[in-house]
Ligand binder design. Structure first.
Ligand code: UDP
Length: 329
């Protein structure tokens, strides 16, 4: 299929593009490079540097490349920043998303896969979290993603567009080609590995007074390749229907301390730790029930062992000590 991936120069988009190409799809990456890296665009993908708000360029790109499906990963995704600057989040994640849907309507593109988030649920009433939980986001990031899902529902019904919304838990790990590089970095696993590599003095644990097995927060880490596979399975149902799926590995999840201990084992390095205050807006436990996507799409994670996830991220970091060297590819 001819697929346009927004945000294809970002962490998740780069790997989704890689897996689409491996499976024989043709990919156009559409990215404004505000956060993404030119060097993270797969060599076999076409690249259009453009903004989500630019409906005209989007429409032109769809026509030129005869796009059959869109995977929408371009978004702002920092919880803390969304609280201090909600305008940015509503503008880019909601208004930018609507511009994309408008261009799709205009160009008759009717298949859509959306990168959503477990932040749409807020503090869960129960874990593991299935899709029937009420949605009550704790921050503008989650709310902007939920607002866009709301638009998708009505656009889909009125304009004959099918979509799959994938509510991601914690994407982690790397492939040989692509890994995680944010600036500044805020995610636990890359931060822990930077400390292991001596590029940070220590890791700060955001609170150890949660009601969990060791007092630190529990999260559901899913390997980026397993996550990418779910997008490709989602493509397969878009001619028939629309769906929302949680996307994580389930099980018991891992605490922050378990992540750090596993990284110590994998890297054989010392990782100094300090315990700090809780980070605002962090629920104690976020673990997915992925029953629905397993049942309906036949998805199964193949790399749910945290060691394997961290090892892949560590290998990528070793291979790319400077990350993506901009301007070179
Ligand atoms: N965390 C931490 N120290 C850090 C970064 C993250 O203790 O330097 C914790 C954070 O509070 C959360 C977990 O690690 O409980 C995962 O955080 P991350 O930002 O990677 O993902 P999130 O769950 O917020 O999407």
């Amino acid at each position: 299929m001819r697929v346009l991936v927004t945000g294809g120069a970002g962490y998740i988009g780069s790997v989704v593009t890689e897996k689409l190409i491996e499976d024989g799809h043709e990919v156009v990456v559409y990215d404004n490079l505000s956060k993404g890296h030119r060097a993270a665009v797969h060599a076999e993908a076409k690249f259009v540097e453009g903004d989500l708000h630019d409906t005209e360029t989007l429409s032109r790109t769809f026509k030129e490349h005869k796009t059959e499906a869109v995977m929408h990963m371009a978004a702002d995704a920092l919880v803390g920043e969304s609280v201090t600057n909600p305008a940015k989040y509503y503008h880019n994640n909601l208004v930018g998303g609507l511009s994309l849907l408008d261009a799709m309507r205009e160009s008759n593109v009717r298949r859509f896969v959306f990168s959503s988030t477990c932040a749409t649920y807020g503090e869960p009433e129960r874990v593991p979290m299935d899709e029937t939980l009420p949605t009550d986001p704790l921050n503008p990031y989650g709310q902007s993603k939920l607002a866009f899902e709301g638009a998708l529902k009505w656009y889909g019904a009125a304009y004959g567009m099918n979509y799959v919304s994938l509510r991601y838990f914690n994407a982690a790990g790397a492939t040989k080609l692509f890994g995680e590089q944010h600036d500044p970095e805020s995610h636990l696993i890359p931060i822990v590995l930077q400390a292991a590599a001596g590029r940070r003095s220590h890791v700060e644990i955001y609170g150890e007074d949660y009601q969990t097995r060791d007092g630190t927060c529990v999260r559901d880490y899913i390997h980026i390749v397993d996550l990418a596979r779910a997008h490709i399975l989602a493509l397969g149902i878009l001619d028939e229907r629309t769906a929302i799926y949680n996307l994580g590995c389930g099980g018991d999840g891992y605490t922050v301390r378990e992540v750090i201990d596993t990284a110590r084992e994998v890297t054989g390095r010392d990782i100094p730790v300090r315990v700090g205050a809780r980070r605002a807006g962090d629920p104690a436990v976020l673990v997915a029930s992925s029953e629905k996507i397993r049942r309906e799409l036949g998805w199964t994670p193949t790399m749910q062992d945290l060691r394997v996830i961290i090892e892949s991220a560590w290998n990528w970091m070793q291979e790319h000590p400077e990350g993506y060297e901009e301007g070179k590819r």
